[in-house]
Design a binder for this molecule. Structure first.
Ligand code: F0G
Length: 466
């Protein structure tokens, strides 16, 4: 009987709430179609009494489970026994105090931190979730795994397939919508790559149909096990802050898996008595892909115990269809109009007194240049968090003395095209490479200087620019 299991899957709808065993494979509730959670009977599990106890794992780093930044928190995502856990060394990430970025954002030095998930083995936060999805896939004996992707999920899936040899990867990408750094990973790691004539939202629909018809294990963030892995990003943030809860977590919003996972992480820690308050959550959309912003901030759609106004959501999607509106942003990773985790994200916003904002492509690229100037490069989508924090500080929603953590979701080298075009300072070249989007490339451009191959002139150029 499901109820007697320590871990189980459960429909998030308050009107359904059906439970399923962890050995079943679902990406939606078979009864009502809502999303599923992984839940635990915490009373029967050995959860540490204090978060500090996780630090003991550091002295066992020779053990891959203690080394992993995901699995050293196994007690907080105990859906599989340790011998089934899959790891590729994910989660060795960094929380960097960034005073230059703090000044840019408008908070006091010492109050702004960047959680750099680009340090993961495939270069993005996705590895946190992928190690958890692979653990579940191994548990159920899956042979093939699929995803639709704007690039990072596919890179991560392809990497875990190549490293573990547990499954074959099938990835769906939209046409012309993937940064080369990411595509190069999927191709090199040997994934079967299917480029469909459509965008990410189209690919997401198709991959769900294909996985269902062919019995392929789906690793997009509709997979509830993936989000269990992504909870650990927040555990590492707390760990780096010596277990003090920050005032704000600011995260880019695409398919809304991260924001959903973060809300679940804090809600669970709070229920377990491991933290005494939850931080506020800010989810930042790109202006050209702003469904969450439109629904939450403009139309006022809220979670309301799971009974929020979903008719308003359907009406919004119908209006996108009527107007043939497609997502469009320089931050290709979050170029998504139909976020699959919308309902879970509304729940997270409810739990964490959240806000949603949208930022322009210009604000994203300028924030990215400021992040890069601090020595940690990120891809455009990641910088939406910093641009969003700046907007919230300007509005007075984030106050100068508050402690703010911005999540940098992906590595700078994922998408060098945008970076190089921006720093060229050449508007024509920029528009040629990235399409004319009305973005001025010069705000913080660091141009290369062209000099003849003459020693005197090289020395003169260096001296006159130093
Ligand atoms: N940042 C980066 C770098 C991403 O790759 C993604 C999502 C997000 C932010 C948004 O995160 O979906 O949890 O809200 N990339 C997915 C992909 C969609 O296919 O790689 P989210």
């Amino acid at each position: 009987m499901i109820r007697s299991e320590i871990a189980f899957q459960k429909c998030i709808s308050p009107d359904c709430g059906t439970a399923f065993g962890v050995s079943e494979v679902h990406v939606a509730c078979p009864r009502c179609g809502d999303l599923l959670d992984v839940q635990y009977d915490w009373g029967r599990l050995p959860v540490p009494g204090r978060l500090q106890e996780f630090e003991q794992k550091w002295s066992h780093r020779h053990d891959p489970l203690s080394f992993s930044g995901v699995w050293r928190f196994h007690e907080l995502l105990p859906f599989a026994p340790p011998e089934q856990v899959v790891t590729a060394g994910e989660g060795q990430t960094l929380l960097q105090q960034a005073d230059g970025v703090a000044t840019y954002v408008g908070v006091q030095p010492g109050r702004l931190f960047l959680q750099y998930e680009g340090m993961n083995p495939s270069g993005s936060f996705k590895d946190n979730g992928m190690s958890a999805a692979f653990t579940h896939a191994r548990h159920v004996g899956a042979q093939r795994a699929a995803c639709a992707s704007t690039g990072n999920t596919s890179a991560s899936l392809a990497m875990y397939c190549a490293v573990t040899r547990l499954m074959k990867a099938v990835i769906f990408i939209g046409s012309g919508k993937i940064a080369y750094g990411k595509l190069s990973q999927a191709l090199e790691y040997g994934a079967l790559t299917v480029q469909i004539a459509g965008d990410f939202d189209d690919a997401m629909v198709r991959v769900q149909e294909v996985s269902r018809d062919l019995g392929i294990y789906l690793v997009n963030s509709v997979n509830p096990f993936r989000l269990e892995g992504q909870k650990t990003i927040m555990y590492r943030v707390l760990e780096s802050l010596r277990w003090e809860v920050p005032d704000w977590i600011v995260v880019p919003g695409g398919n809304l898996g991260n924001s959903s996972a973060f809300g679940k992480a804090f809600s669970e820690l709070h229920c377990l008595g491991l933290i005494d308050r939850v931080p506020r959550l800010a989810v930042i959309n790109a202006g050209g892909a702003d469904t969450l912003y439109q629904l939450h901030q403009v139309r006022g759609v809220r979670w309301q115990g799971g009974r929020g106004d979903m008719a308003a959501v359907d009406e919004y999607y119908a209006s996108l269809d009527r107007e043939h509106k497609k997502a469009s942003t320089i931050a290709s990773a979050i170029e998504i109009n139909r976020p699959v985790n919308l309902r879970k994200c509304l729940r997270a916003l409810d739990c964490c007194d959240g806000v949603v904002r949208q930022v322009s492509d210009q604000e994203i690229l300028d924030a990215k240049a400021q992040v890069g100037a601090g020595g940690i490069g990120c891809e455009p989508a990641s910088a939406a968090s910093v641009a969003g924090a700046r907007l919230l500080a300007a509005e007075g929603v984030i106050r100068p003395g508050e402690r703010v953590v911005c999540i940098l979701t992906g590595h700078q080298l994922k998408d060098p095209t945008a970076t190089v075009a921006y720093h060229s300072g050449d508007q024509q070249k920029f528009d040629e490479v990235l399409g004319s989007r009305g973005i001025r490339c010069a705000s913080f451009a660091n141009r290369a200087i062209a000099v003849p191959n003459e020693l005197d002139q090289i020395i003169h150029a260096i001296e006159s620019h130093s």
